[in-house]
Write a protein that binds this ligand. Structure first.
Ligand code: ZN
Length: 132
């Protein structure tokens, strides 16, 4: 089995896309997520066991607070600037908030798992021998 493009040494290089697109920290395949913001059990390509990483829902509360403050600020600005009818606020902010929370949660969880993978691999706590 060949590693995907960008694989070199231990894990792949981590540009900005890795966490955003849910790439496996070992082989770089797009296999990290099974659901919207739920990790798969293992990588389908290199069989890295994602269950050994304990990311949890730590970023969720922090992220929700930041997004809530951001959206509230934007809604107040819009109201003061153009005074739109109430339904404009509903149509605009409800989907935007949901998308930002889900997208942000996905990216932050992936980022944490990738960081944990790199640290654990560096300490030798996980078996990190990519398949042939
Ligand atoms: Zn993989």
């Amino acid at each position: 089995m060949r590693l995907s493009r960008g694989a070199r040494g231990r894990g792949i290089s981590w540009g900005r896309g890795a966490a955003l697109f849910g790439l496996c920290p070992r082989c770089g395949a797009k296999t990290l997520f099974a659901g919207v913001a739920q990790f798969a059990d293992t990588c389908r390509v290199c069989a890295l066991d994602y269950r050994q990483f304990n990311v949890g829902d730590g970023p969720a509360a922090f992220l929700t607070l930041i997004i809530g403050a951001l959206v509230t600020g934007l809604a107040i600005w819009l109201q003061l600037a153009v005074e739109p009818p109430f339904w404009v606020h509903v149509i605009l902010w409800v989907p935007l908030t949901a998308a930002l929370v889900v997208g942000g949660l996905r990216a932050s969880k992936a980022w944490l798992l990738i960081a944990e993978y790199r640290r654990a691999a560096g300490e030798g706590r996980i078996k990190d021998t990519p398949p042939e």
